[in-house]
Design a protein around this ligand. Structure first.
Ligand code: UGB
Length: 587
């Protein structure tokens, strides 16, 4: 009480709220006024931040935490009463007629879209010291993920706006969710690279705040072990993106500007934009309010499964069930073997890749009701079976793909499934963990993420009529991967399959040892026979024709050990580096 005199009227109100919410331990042992006064006020500054950044404030956070902790103690299953089944969705095959039609529809629609990159995670599983969006998506061109994403959005923008002929929005905005762990390094990356060609005003950064940690089942807020005048905090998860888009007013701004779609994506998937146009076309054609991109998923693979859940009371929803929950849910629902591969070699539940497309109108309407609050969960590690004490403090968490959980059954929620080779190759696992992945399951490492880009580009060119040699198998950082020719192109050259097909002519061929980098948006390959390295580099729009035989020593792949600290970390984690021995540069 004596310390109250140190506080502003607003801070006094916060102190009362904390008392009412059973949080007096945060200040009841404080020394007399005159000792650590600034630190005491700082605690209340932190309380104010924690209170304002959570929908419903701290009282709501503490109340939800008590409920979820009680459920967890009682061993309540969040899926109680629900029966899982395989949902139906749109299955696309890259390059066939339906795919091309959806791509065309998606590209037309894209100028009415806005993109949201969730990049607040540190990527603990990868263990990389920098931010993940700064990692090269592949080391042949060296373009980092953020550059690749921005150039892909700009390519979409250019084509889509040209088709729209001034009808509707003329720019595609990008919002990036950051956190204290990633914010300043993301700003630095953008600023030191002139926003990779985007207008700075086109990019909005939304920083997520961490949430308070909890010490016990009564949801007593945890005092930071390093500072008794501070509450310990941890990340709340990517689900924060919804409340941030709402509270910042960004979503409303997009809606008012006539935008129709918002597309969410993750920090390290170099294939994603090959799948975006067609998936957006599916959303527009089918009128999906929520569309999740999915890929075939190996049973027990560490990605969520898209599942139809039917409750005893008749409610149904199509939702991601996280990988650690799908197997127990199936076992409890009459599938004694749990999550197992079917005769196709894959789990019947498509894998969620957390690429989500929402229609803005219904999304904004829903957020106006919920403030963007997403169903949360808690995952305390208990000391013993009495479940009364935790090994370390816990916190509430939320996931962006849980958004449909609060939607009425009338909402149109679907998914679009595509082969993984064209849609999903994230960089999430460190070399050691990747090398332990069961044979046949994807590694999701920097090695596999890069090799997947070469494979996808090679297969796309094959479909466009180029003769591409088969890959060789190589073991890099303990992972056996297919090494295809290192073919990469700028998004402006080959945004869609139709674009690629229109730029390949006659009998072209590429050997496995070859490298091809296409930087020119308007380059045509005519009867090209490549055995070596070829760089086509004129960034203006002039037409370049590359024809005939190209033969040189080329670029080779040299393996490096991830433990070799003389090699830069971003190369070490992929287990190889590229030796640029000889190349032909055109024009
Ligand atoms: N992220 C944030 O922006 N803020 C946070 O607080 C946390 C993360 P992870 P996760 O695609 O394989 C998801 O850690 O959560 C960003 C799906 O839940 O890489 O383990 C972070 O920067 C799962 O269903 O993934 O698993 C990154 O961009 C499955 O689809 C993104 O959120 C899985 O991804 C994902 O964070 C997958």
């Amino acid at each position: 009480v004596k310390n109250l005199s140190l506080l502003s009227p607003e801070q006094v109100e916060l102190a009362k709220m904390l008392l009412e919410m059973g949080q007096s331990h945060l200040f009841e042992h404080w020394p007399e006024p005159g000792v650590d006064d600034d630190e005491k006020r700082e605690l209340f500054n932190q309380v104010a931040r924690l209170n304002s950044s959570y929908p419903g404030g701290l009282p709501s956070y503490i109340k939800t935490a008590r409920e979820l902790l009680a459920d967890s103690k009682a061993g309540k299953n969040p899926y109680d009463g629900f029966m899982p089944s395989v949902p139906s969705g749109e299955n696309l095959t890259f390059g066939d007629d339906a795919f091309i039609q959806y791509e065309d529809a998606g590209v037309k629609e894209a100028h009415k879209a806005a993109f949201v990159l969730v990049a607040g995670g540190l990527g603990e599983r990868l263990g990389y010291n920098g931010i993940k969006v700064a990692l090269p998506s592949e080391t042949t061109s060296g373009a980092c993920f953020l550059q690749h994403y921005i150039e892909s959005i700009l390519a979409l923008q250019e084509t889509s706006c040209r088709l729209a002929q001034g009808d509707g929005p003329t720019e595609i905005p990008l919002a990036i969710m950051t956190s204290d762990d990633t914010h300043s390094r993301t700003v630095e990356l953008l600023e030191s690279n002139a926003y990779f060609g985007m207008k700075p005003t086109q990019v909005k950064l939304l920083k997520q705040e961490k949430v308070a940690c909890l010490d016990d089942n009564d949801a007593r807020l945890a005092v930071d072990p390093r500072n008794k005048y501070s509450i310990q905090t941890k990340p709340h998860g990517h689900g924060d993106v919804h409340s941030l888009l709402y509270s910042s007013g960004v979503l409303k701004e997009w809606h008012d500007a006539g935008r129709r779609w918002v597309l969410f994506f993750q920090d390290t998937n170099g294939l994603l934009f090959k799948a975006i146009p067609s998936a957006l076309g599916v959303s527009a054609t089918k009128g999906y309010h929520v569309n999740s991109l999915a890929v075939p998923r190996k049973a027990k693979e560490a990605i969520g499964g898209i599942t139809k859940l039917t409750h005893q009371d008749g409610r149904t929803m199509v939702i991601n069930v996280e990988y650690n929950q799908l197997d127990p849910l199936l076992r409890a629902s009459g599938y004694p073997d749990g999550d197992v591969n079917s005769e196709t070699g894959y789990s019947p539940f498509p894998g969620n890749i957390n690429q989500l497309i929402f229609e803005i109108g219904p999304y904004l309407e829903e957020l106006t009701k919920t403030g963007g609050a997403i169903k949360e969960f808690v995952n305390p590690k208990y000391k013993d079976s009495t479940k009364t004490a935790f090994k370390s403090s816990t916190r509430l968490e939320c996931m962006m793909q849980d958004y449909p959980k609060t939607l009425p059954p009338s909402a149109r929620v679907g998914f679009t499934a595509m082969d993984a080779w064209v849609a999903y190759a994230p960089v999430k696992n460190n070399p050691e963990d990747a090398a332990k992945v069961p044979k046949g399951n994807p590694y999701h490492s920097a090695t596999s993420g890069e090799m997947a880009i070469y494979k996808a580009n090679s297969l796309i060119l094959r479909k466009a009529g180029v003769k591409i040699d088969d890959p060789i198998l190589q073991v890099l950082n303990g992972q056996e991967v297919e090494v295809w020719p290192r073919i990469v192109w700028k998004p402006k050259w080959g945004l869609t399959f139709s674009d690629v097909r229109s730029k390949v002519h006659g009998n072209c061929s590429v050997t496995q040892r070859s490298t091809m980098v296409i930087k020119s948006p308007n380059c045509h390959l005519v009867d090209l026979s490549l055995n070596g390295a070829l760089i086509i580099d004129s960034s203006d729009g002039t037409e370049v024709e590359v024809a005939g035989a190209v033969q040189n020593k080329g670029w080779t792949i040299e393996s490096v050990d991830y433990k070799d600290t003389s090699v830069p970390e971003e190369l070490r984690i992929r287990g190889f580096k590229i030796n640029k021995i000889e190349q032909l540069v055109k024009p």
